[in-house]
Write a new protein. Structure first.
Length: 132
């Protein structure tokens, strides 16, 4: 989906991504599964949700984007997914910059950096030690 975003833009992707997310939520709410599959479904929902937040942000739907990012962050915390946490927090920081919320952007960026360190992200993701 991210490659399609680069080619077509988020305005064309947020609706189908939302439809996929609703399907995953339906499976979570009504499906019968073991704990491992439940974790995978919640993780998938979080990935769809942060992508949906980005596509909404890209389409200029900032209120919806903030809601989706918050939901994705909740899913990341529920599943202990530091990769998703760092990705979502980075997206939130980028949006905060565009909305002229500098203090919020810095807070989100620092949290993203912390989570990136938890999954041994490459230096290009969270910067070299000692970088601001």
């Amino acid at each position: 989906m991210d490659a399609q975003d680069q080619q077509f833009g988020g305005n064309r992707l947020w609706r189908p991504t939302r439809a996929h997310l609703l399907w995953v939520h339906h499976m979570i709410d009504r499906g019968i599964y073991d704990e491992q599959l439940g974790q995978q479904l919640h993780s998938l929902a979080g990935k769809f949700t942060t992508s949906l937040g980005w596509f909404s942000y890209d389409a200029g739907l900032h209120t919806q984007a903030r809601q989706y990012f918050s939901e994705a962050l909740n899913a990341a915390m529920l599943t202990g997914d530091d990769v998703l946490s760092s990705r979502t927090l980075s997206n939130m920081a980028r949006q905060a910059v565009d909305l002229n919320k500098g203090r919020e952007a810095i807070r989100f960026a620092r949290l993203a950096q912390t989570h990136a360190g938890m999954w041994s992200a490459p230096t290009r993701v969270f910067g070299a030690p000692g970088d601001p």
